[in-house]
Design a protein around this ligand. Structure first.
Ligand code: FAD
Length: 317
C-alpha cells in the first residue's frame, strides 16, 4: 500500500512516476523502454493512467450513422499486471467514474484484486469531447467521492448483489486527486478543498496533486488542507516542460499557471533541445525545494518522456 511505503520510508522522500498505456497499435516494449532506466531510482510504485472510450460517428449513406468506439490507449489493467510481474513494484491503475456503471466498477476492482493489485487512484474523469460537462453513466458515479465509497464498500465485503454480502473482501488503498490551483470547474479553491475532504472522509488515504510549476502554490494548498483537517499524505505531482508547444498546451489543458521566469526562459530558447534543458533545470530546483520541505514522495508525470525524468532523478535522488 502507498501509505505503508510512506511509513516505511521513515521521512525520506521517495521517487515515483506515472506512465500512460501505449497507444493502440504499439506494443508493451515501448513502456518497458521508458520504465527500465527509471528503476535505478527505486520507485515504490508506478501509476498507470486510464483512458476513457470516446465515440465517433461514421456515415453509412442514406442518412445512417454507425457509432464507432475510439479508444486510443486501452490496456491499463494489463500494463499494471505486467509491471508488477516484471519489476516487482506496485503498479497503481487509475480508475474513473466516467464511462463506468457501478457494476463495471465492481468487476474492474475484482480483476485488480485477482491480479494482486492493492492500490488505485480514484478519479471522476473529464467530459468527453462530445459533452460540455461531465456526464456520468446512468448507473455510474457523478463524483470521485462516490467512487471512493464504492471501493470502501468492497473492502468491507459489500457487493452490489445483495446475495453476495460479506463474501471475500478486497484490500485497496485509495488515492485521490488534489488541485493546488483548484480544479477547473470549482468556483474557488476553498470549495474544491471542501469536496476534497469529502473524498478523504469516504476513505481515501492519500492525495496526489495536479502538476504545478510554482512550489508556493503547493505549500499554500497543503496549509489550507491541514487547516481544513485533512491529515493524509499529500504527494506533489511534477512535470518538466519538454517542448515549446507545451507552453500553451499545459495551461490550456491542465488549468495551471506557469511562472513568468519559466515562460521567458522557454521563450528565449532556440529550439526544443534548449527547452528540454530549461524544463529539466526548473523541475530539478522544484524537486530539491520540495525534498527540503519534507514531502513523502515526488511523483513525476512522464507523459511518455522518461529521459527527462531520469535526468531530474539523477540530479535529485
Ligand atoms: P472530483 O473529485 O469528483 O471533483 C470534480 C469537480 O467537482 C471539482 O471541481 C470538485 O470541486 C467538484 N465536486 C466534487 N464533489 C462535489 C459535490 N458533491 N458537489 C459539487 N461539486 C463537487 N483523468 C483521466 O481520464 N485518466 C487518468 O488516469 C487521470 N489521472 C489523473 C491523476 C491525477 C493525479 C490528477 C490530478 C488528475 C487525473 N485525471 C485523469 C484528470 C481528472 O479525471 C480530472 O481532473 C477530472 O476533471 C476531475 O477528477 P477528480 O477525481 O478530481 O473529480
Amino acid at each position: 500500500k502507498v501509505t505503508e511505503h510512506i511509513t516505511n520510508a521513515d521521512g525520506k522522500t521517495m521517487f515515483s512516476f506515472e506512465i500512460l498505456p501505449p497507444l493502440k497499435g504499439q506494443d508493451i516494449k515501448s513502456i518497458f523502454d521508458n520504465i527500465d532506466p527509471l528503476m535505478e531510482y527505486k520507485p515504490p510504485f508506478i501509476d498507470v493512467t486510464y483512458h476513457r472510450e470516446e465515440y465517433t460517428f461514421k456515415e453509412l449513406g442514406n442518412g445512417l450513422l454507425k457509432r464507432q468506439v475510439v479508444k486510443k490507449r486501452p490496456g491499463t489493467v494489463g500494463i499494471c499486471a505486467a509491471i508488477q510481474n516484471r519489476y516487482q513494484v506496485d503498479a497503481i491503475p487509475h480508475i474513473l467514474c466516467g464511462g463506468f456503471t457501478k457494476e463495471d466498477t465492481e468487476n474492474f476492482l475484482i480483476d485488480l484484486d485477482f491480479l494482486g493489485i492493492d492500490n488505485v487512484v480514484a478519479l471522476r474523469g473529464d467530459a468527453v469531447k462530445s459533452e460540455t460537462y461531465f456526464k456520468p453513466e446512468k448507473e455510474g458515479h457523478q463524483y470521485a467521492s462516490e467512487l471512493v465509497s464504492q471501493i470502501q464498500e468492497l473492502n468491507n465485503g459489500k457487493y452490489l448483489d445483495e446475495e453476495l454480502q460479506n463474501s471475500s473482501q478486497t484490500n485497496f488503498c485509495v488515492g485521490v486527486a488534489g488541485y493546488p490551483e483548484k480544479h477547473m470547474e470549482a468556483p474557488s479553491l476553498d470549495s474544491d478543498i471542501h469536496f476534497l475532504k469529502k473524498k478523504i472522509k469516504a476513505g481515501a488515504e492519500y492525495i496526489v496533486t495536479q502538476m504545478f510549476f510554482d512550489n508556493e502554490k503547493f505549500f499554500a494548498f497543503v496549509e489550507k488542507c491541514r487547516k481544513e483537517g485533512i491529515t493524509v499524505p499529500i504527494i506533489p505531482g511534477l512535470k518538466p516542460i519538454a517542448t515549446r508547444k507545451q507552453l500553451n498546451m499545459i495551461p490550456h489543458r491542465f488549468h495551471v499557471d506557469l511562472p513568468d521566469d519559466l515562460i521567458m526562459g522557454i521563450v528565449r530558447c532556440k529550439d526544443n533541445k534548449e527547452v528540454r534543458q530549461v524544463g529539466i533545470e526548473w523541475c530539478t530546483q522544484q524537486s530539491k525545494e520540495l525534498i527540503k520541505a519534507g514531502v513523502p514522495i515526488l511523483h513525476y508525470y512522464s507523459m511518455g518522456r522518461s529521459s527527462n525524468i531520469e535526468a531530474i532523478a539523477k540530479a535529485v535522488f
